[in-house]
Write a protein that binds this ligand. Sequence first.
Ligand code: KIV
Length: 290
Amino acid sequence: MKNQLPVRVTVPSIISQKGSSKKVSALTAYDYTMARLIDASGVDIVLVGDSLGCIVQGHNTTLPVNLEHVMYHTECVARGVTRALVVADMPFMSYQVSIEQAIESAGKLIKVGAAAVKLEGGTHMAETVSRLVEIDIPVMGHVGLTPQSFHRMGGNKVQGKKSGMTPGCRDKIIQDAVALEKAGAFCVVIESVPKELATEITKLLAIPTIGIGAGVGCDGQVLVTQDMLGMVENFSPRFVKRYAELGLATREALRLYVEEVQGSSFPTEENSFSEISIKPTNGVDKRINH
Ligand code: KIV
């Protein structure tokens, strides 16, 4: 396969996609191998989401994730990405305590390979966003369903269905998105809100909106990679399209492996070394010394 690697995606190049006919594509990654595959797809943004709490760690919420976890996964992902913009999520309680704490946490994520950070919240986070941007740490905002507000929301529920200025209400979400733009965020994730609201926010803002469960009116889309690949078999919400059934394919491959090991049909001669002739494989596997 011919490898045509386009130019590196940057914060300014994402901003310039606002209103463009080519929408911003984003996917999550938590490890090197998947990051390489995702980057090769031509995706614009690779997000090291705190969704790793659910996908990698097996929790029900993102709340147990800490900064060291995101740093570790960002480092792994950054090694696998040569083109896309790597954005690292700021986990719960790594930025809410003070602006100083947010600066320190964001700085650590940049040092391990992120080009930008994402944090949840609107007006109440505007000052924090503004300080991060001032010291050249680009920030992606996140409004609507903010998973770190799990307990306030009473679960991960669609937001913005009612009007009003209390958290989770339509007008408040609009105010939050506008505040993030004013504070200098370079784009905003809008999660799980009615598509009409996301479209309205997208028209209001001069920076790109990236939707998840927010309809096609946004300037871009993000999904959790394991969801769209069908690897999380017990989770298929309406907003996820499964582009593959890797859960099923993996189960079948694993079952076949166990069957073949048990029945001695693996390994074959092909998979075995011999004292007589040691034939190198294709020589691309850096983990094997012949
Ligand atoms: O943590 C995450 O993966 C996210 C995306 C789903 C937007 O915040």
